[in-house]
Design a binder for this molecule. Structure first.
Ligand code: FA5
Length: 339
């Protein structure tokens, strides 16, 4: 037995000495001290030994067991030390495109960018921003704009009602009379904000969308100002060669009323799929502010005249960025927004 223990001692001290890494040491440890390892196998033989041998073999076995344990632990530390030394001196060099970490940088929503440019453009001409509530009275959204209860034009702007008098505003025109009452004349204001409609949704209609309202009232303001400002707007935001066209259109709060069209930026007026072969795209409703509306705002229509328009920034952004479906803007789709 003594010889067997010495043999194991010699063999395993040698193996431990030669081990190159922690994995090899783990294997050696299990061979010796695992459940079915050599040490347990040797202990199992003790009861079979002659009684007189036990006092000598027992302490020798314990000594060698301890010696092997210590040798494994020391070798582990030595291997770890070598690793630590390597870490101090070695450098990790990352190469190749895949390893270049991209800087993640946010940006404004495309429609917000478009609206910021619009605001800058009209601030230069002395227009100030004005705010009107999203939830408003029937009176501000319709009544004061010459659309009394029961007027068929209300059907054009169906919306969601909070109660019989409060509704989600259908257009930014709900700020017109408010601004007149607040600032009087001369008046140059713009409202860029959200509107809501009970709509049949499609590629050009959202239930929640933006409008850009412009109101300009002074002595001698005419349709010529409307034409000039429309063209100023299109040329700055859609391209220098883009023309504006005013076309007769009915709105109860303007007289005369107009649809403002831009020359189709895709076909430059020749006619294509986007403009339905017409060569022009309707982007806004506009006109000379109706005398009744001026009176509602406390302004004398015999002295002052005014123009107003309501553009759709989402539809303009569709043209500017070549977006085919208006619903993408509110989709929250990061692939679309970061394009
Ligand atoms: C109006 O809302 C009038 N208040 C505009 C106006 C202002 C006329 C001042 C006269 C004087 P209209 O319903 O046509 O008009 O809407 C104006 C623009 O808002 C449209 O040309 C379009 O660009 C945009 N718009 C209207 N409905 C939607 C919708 N469901 N989704 C996206 N954009 C819309």
């Amino acid at each position: 037995m003594e010889e067997k223990i010495s043999q194991i001692q010699k063999e395993y001290l040698e193996k431990i000495g030669k081990a190159q890494n922690l994995k090899e040491l783990d294997v050696i440890f299990l061979e010796l001290f695992g459940k079915n390892g050599i040490i347990n196998a040797l202990s199992a033989e003790f009861p079979k030994l002659p009684k007189e041998e036990l006092p000598e073999i027992g302490p020798l076995f314990n000594k060698i067991k301890k010696e092997l344990e210590t040798a494994i632990e020391k070798k582990r530390e030595a291997i770890r030390e070598v690793g630590y030394k390597k870490l101090e001196t070695e450098k990790l060099v990352l190469q190749g495109d895949a390893l270049q970490l991209k800087k993640r940088q946010g940006h404004f929503h495309p429609v917000t960018q478009f609206e910021k440019e619009t605001i800058d453009l009209f601030e230069k001409l002395g227009f100030i921003q004005f705010e009107a509530p999203h939830i408003d009275t029937d009176e501000n959204n319709f009544g004061l704009l010459n659309i009394p209860e029961g007027h068929p034009a209300r059907d054009l702007w169906d919306t969601l009602y909070i109660d019989s008098k409060l509704l989600l505003r259908t257009h930014t025109s709900n700020g017109q009379v408010r601004a007149m009452r607040k600032y009087g004349v001369p008046l140059r204001i713009m409202i860029i904000d959200r509107c809501f409609r009970y709509e049949n949704l499609d590629a050009r209609h959202e239930h929640t969308f933006e409008q850009f309202e412009l109101v300009y009232i002074d002595k001698g303001v005419s349709m010529a100002n409307l034409q000039y400002l429309s063209e100023y707007f299109f040329k700055a935001l859609l391209g220098q060669d883009i023309q504006a066209r005013l076309r007769p259109k009915y709105f109860p709060f303007v007289e005369p009323g107009a649809g403002v069209d831009s020359e189709c930026i895709f076909c430059k007026g020749k006619g294509c799929k986007v403009c339905g072969g017409i060569g022009w795209l309707e982007l806004a409703g506009a006109g000379m502010i109706h005398p009744t509306v001026l009176k509602n705002g406390g302004i004398d229509p015999n002295i002052y005249s005014g123009i107003a328009w309501g553009f759709g920034p989402l539809r303009m952004a569709m043209l500017k960025y070549g977006v085919e479906d208006i619903r993408k803007f509110l989709s929250g789709d990061l692939k679309f927004l970061t394009k």
